[in-house]
Design a protein around this ligand. Structure first.
Ligand SMILES: [Zn+2]
Length: 382
């Protein structure tokens, strides 16, 4: 099985390298905006025409030759993707990029052979903590301290400048992995919840982390402060940078938290079942009942983390139907109690069989049962 992995390192460019990175970001923006404008008045032009035109554009604008040429090619591909997303009604009409748009560029790995030796324009050396990048040469990196080698072939690298002023590189690697499916001995149903982030059918709950809440409070305070400050003043910019730093902290903290939960669940069970409900739909259904911590908790991220970890560890992962009313059905007798549509009822005794049910654990038990049916290809009787 081929799997893709991304390794993100902090980059420490020299002054010279920093200037070149910023130049490359500028050229990327220039090419993107140039062709976005060009496509407005020229219909029926495809990707190949644009790539052909790019060499003409480069002749007219010498500065484009100073930067990594694969970046400019991938910029055209990005623009084409933006248009196809627009035509497929997935996204709005592509917008012009300004200085405040996302700062990153992708460069492809190109390999060549010369006298029996293989060369590559992107090389990762974890012993000396360097990465060789096109045009930039060797740049110092930090991250993955416990690794001295990375398996697999490098596909591309994305260099980014965050609003905190830090530089990063994300390296995408394709790895051939031999995975044998385990013989399942345990199964768990997982309810992705509102009050608690995760409730397993074993009765284990993972809450929305308190540290995250603390960050959130701080963030709110700063945002209030920002709204009172004079725009573009020195203090305004200072507050803005502080906000960016907290956002970055929340992002990192959440990533670790979700990873830990996913690891724990996948390590302890062989068959894992979740609902396929999308967070987006949940919000649509009941906007007020769901608080911000739910969106922060990133239910969908957690789900894809679990799915991916199951894949590489040879375990089984099932998603069950979105509209299956897992929280309304008694997991003991199968009685459907529509009164439970009221989200404020957290625990109850089943009116038919009298069993005590905790709303969330009952839901995860039902999810488990549905997953079990799926696993053994039984037809759903509900
Ligand atoms: Zn019952």
């Amino acid at each position: 099985m081929e799997i893709y992995k991304t390794y993100k390192f902090r980059l420490y460019p020299t002054d010279e390298q920093r200037i070149l990175i910023n130049k490359t970001l500028g050229c990327k923006r220039f090419v993107y905006n140039y062709y976005l404008n060009y496509l407005k008045d020229n219909n029926g032009i495809n990707r190949f025409d644009l790539h052909k035109d790019l060499s003409k554009l480069k002749k007219e604008n010498e500065f484009l030759k100073e930067v990594d040429s694969t970046v400019l090619c991938s910029t055209i591909d990005d623009l084409c993707k933006a248009f196809s997303d627009y035509y497929a009604k997935r996204k709005g009409y592509p917008k012009f990029k300004n200085r405040f748009s996302k700062h990153s560029y992708r460069t492809s790995c190109i390999r060549s052979r010369h006298k029996e030796k293989e060369y590559s324009n992107i090389e990762l050396d974890l012993l000396t903590r360097n990465i060789k990048l096109p045009k930039l040469g060797k740049v110092k990196i930090r991250g993955f301290r416990n690794k001295d080698k990375i398996e697999g072939k490098i596909l591309n690298a994305t260099i980014s400048r965050e609003s905190t002023g830090k530089y990063y590189v994300s390296v995408v690697v394709v790895e051939d992995l031999l995975v044998e499916k385990v013989t399942p001995t345990s199964i768990v149903g997982i309810d992705l919840g509102i009050k608690d982030l995760v409730i397993t059918s074993d009765g284990i709950k993972y809450g929305n982390d308190k540290v995250l809440m603390k960050f959130e409070k701080k963030l709110k305070r700063l945002q209030r402060k920002l709204s009172r400050q004079e725009k573009a003043s020195k203090n305004y910019l200072k507050t803005k940078e502080k906000i960016a730093r907290i956002y970055a902290k929340i992002k990192n903290y959440r990533k670790h938290y979700l990873n830990d939960i996913a690891n724990e669940i996948v390590d302890e069970h062989d068959i894992i079942v979740t609902e396929s409900l999308l967070v987006k739909d949940m919000f649509k259904e009941k906007k007020k009942a769901f608080n911000k911590s739910l969106s922060d908790a990133c239910v969908s991220t957690l789900r894809s983390l679990i799915e991916w970890k199951c894949k590489i560890k040879g375990k089984f992962y099932y998603k069950i139907n979105t509209y299956y009313p897992s929280s309304q059905i008694c997991s003991y007798c199968g009685y459907k109690n529509s009164k439970l549509k009221d989200l404020s009822i957290r625990e109850y005794d089943c009116p038919k069989c009298g069993s005590y049910n905790d709303r969330d654990i009952n839901a995860s038990l039902n999810i488990l049962l549905e997953g079990l049916k799926l696993h053994y290809n039984l037809v759903s009787i509900v």
